[in-house]
Write a protein that binds this ligand. Sequence first.
Ligand SMILES: *Cc1c(COP(=O)(O)O)cnc(C)c1O
Length: 362
Amino acid sequence: MGPVTAVGPVSIRPGLASLSGYHSPQVDVAVRLNTNESPLPPPPEFRAALAEACGAIAFNRYPDRDARALRETIAAHHGVEPSQVFCANGSNEVLQCLLLAYGGPDRTAALFEPTYTLHGHIARVTGTAVAVGPRAADFRLDLPAVRRVLAGSSPVVTFLCSPNNPTGVVDTPEEIEAVVDAAPGLVVVDEAYGQFARTSGLDLLAAGDASAERVVVVRTFSKTWSMAALRLGYLVASPEVVAACELVALPYHLDALKQAAGTIALRFAAEMAERVAFVTEERGRVAARLAALPVETWPSEANFILFRPATRHAQQVWTDLVERSVLVRDCSTWTGTPGCLRVTVGTAAENDAFLDALEKVL
Ligand SMILES: *Cc1c(COP(=O)(O)O)cnc(C)c1O
């Protein structure tokens, strides 16, 4: 896509023109390890149950606007109240709703790079200013720098991402608490890979102290739940935050099929935990083989590994891998990860294909 230009006298909103769309190239290759999806489909029993539920949907009617069954099931899964759960079409739409409700002109969101590119992107699309702070060299939160950025920008929303994309680093409960203490507004912890970590921002919410009402935990069905195609994400927060998001969400934004699919999916928590265990084991195997190659790597607590080729340019390695039908993510132009690539942990065969190709390319 070329630059966005005006149609005759009509131009887009100032501030949008400088943004570029967010996309990972969808290249036709045999081994796709670029977008951190689960390599495994959901269990066949899920498909069967969904097909049955599909037969019972009243397609001529609008869906349950409050998505009650889905929110009750998610709430029970996390041991919270349904009034603390807001669902949307992917966690990215959850983030967009948060920013539509709390961001906007004259308001600021803070984030610490390297981190998920879409936090800043969605903020800017909603007219929210973005204050950016650096993470430490080991990609952990640099708390003095965090406090400086928060004091200087008074953000209405502060974004964390744990495990962080693209580094795989988990923010500890103590670190998150320190950020909540220093932040004047909401602290949004994006836990797209939360099932891989031993700790969660949800523990802070459960602790229920005064500052907990400013904690927002965002989760998705796209990764561990093997349902990127479904586009379903949610947040767990105080009921006031949920009400604010409902204010800006479009009426009936969650279709009936998605509501049914999400509700049914949660019956398969044990199968999903098995998938997480499998991916975690494969991640160890990939990391061990990477350690023998001329690349720098960082310990990951997610379903991907960030690595930096030591002997060749990242973009050249990326291209050479594509030529061998292996697609990884090029993070080399992102802030804070110069020269880095990110590989998603796939099936054993996919991981071997990646490692074999990388060995040759290097
Ligand atoms: C993949 C990912 C998401 C998922 O977004 P969806 O819209 O739910 O598919 C959200 N946050 C982070 C950090 C991610 O890596």
